[in-house]
Design a protein. Structure first.
Length: 247
């Protein structure tokens, strides 16, 4: 009941998540002071933190430990929940991916910037599969004032998308992505271009649906983590999002 209510995962999905964390060394090398919580409870704690964005003082009594322990658990496990690195699929020519940037409000002034959403935010580039809405990769956050085209070029995601058709909106001009036709000053669109743009908008809207599902994890609505905290949060939420869709 706790897993499905607070983490948004079914028990089978949660067991897969715990297995991934264990295989990545979630229990540590051993020999030191043991954790007061078993691994499954620690993974659940991090998932609940990302899902609810409760403070560590609020989470501590729920799991019967101190706020300092909650902090240590999150710091230790958050990189281990990250999504798997993107790999080039065997049927890359037949696949269609979509990229877009989303603004995530942050508290860390070194990561974000005052952005067009009237919040101090960071720009995160996310690539999804068009037909399944699974997240393929998410780039490191950049200040929210960074244009999507520049963020894409500096993200390194282009190498992971090599050989795959990738859709982007009009902000990705001259990046090699498939973008909608642009209306020229004083000229109307050519015959058929408006229909192409309508189909492009219909397909590209799937990345917005993926963002909406990912924002069920409230850590992406107001991230209080500093340093690599936002990057780890996005990677972990992408992993949790994929688990819920893959079942």
């Amino acid at each position: 009941m706790w897993v499905e209510t607070f983490a948004g995962l079914r028990m089978r999905q949660f067991e897969r998540l715990v297995k991934v964390v264990w295989e990545r060394g979630g229990n540590g090398p051993g020999g030191g002071r043991p954790w007061c919580l078993p691994l499954a409870d620690r993974v659940l704690l991090v998932a609940v933190y990302y899902r609810t964005n409760l403070t560590m003082r609020q989470l501590a009594p729920l799991f019967g430990c101190s706020p300092a322990t909650v902090c240590r658990v999150i710091q230790r496990l958050r990189p281990l929940l990250a999504i798997e690195p993107a790999t080039r699929p065997a049927d890359a020519v037949e696949r269609l991916w979509i990229v877009d940037g989303t603004l995530i409000p942050v508290r860390d002034r070194k990561v974000g910037a005052s952005s067009r959403n009237y919040r101090f935010s960071a720009n995160v580039q996310v690539v999804i599969v068009a037909d399944t809405k699974l997240v393929i990769a998410a780039a490191r956050p950049v200040p929210g004032t960074t244009a999507d085209a520049k963020a894409w070029r500096e993200s390194g995601l282009a190498a992971a998308c090599e050989g795959v058709t990738v859709l982007g909106d009009g902000a990705y001009l001259d990046t090699g992505l498939v973008v909608p036709h642009r209306k020229r000053p004083g000229w109307a669109l050519l015959p058929g271009e408006e229909e192409d743009n309508a189909e492009h908008r219909r397909v590209r809207a799937r990345v917005e649906y993926a963002f909406a599902r990912m924002q069920h994890y409230k850590i992406l609505r107001d991230c209080r983590q500093r340093g690599n905290g936002l990057h780890h949060a996005v990677q972990a939420v992408a992993h949790l999002h994929n688990l819920t869709l893959a079942a």
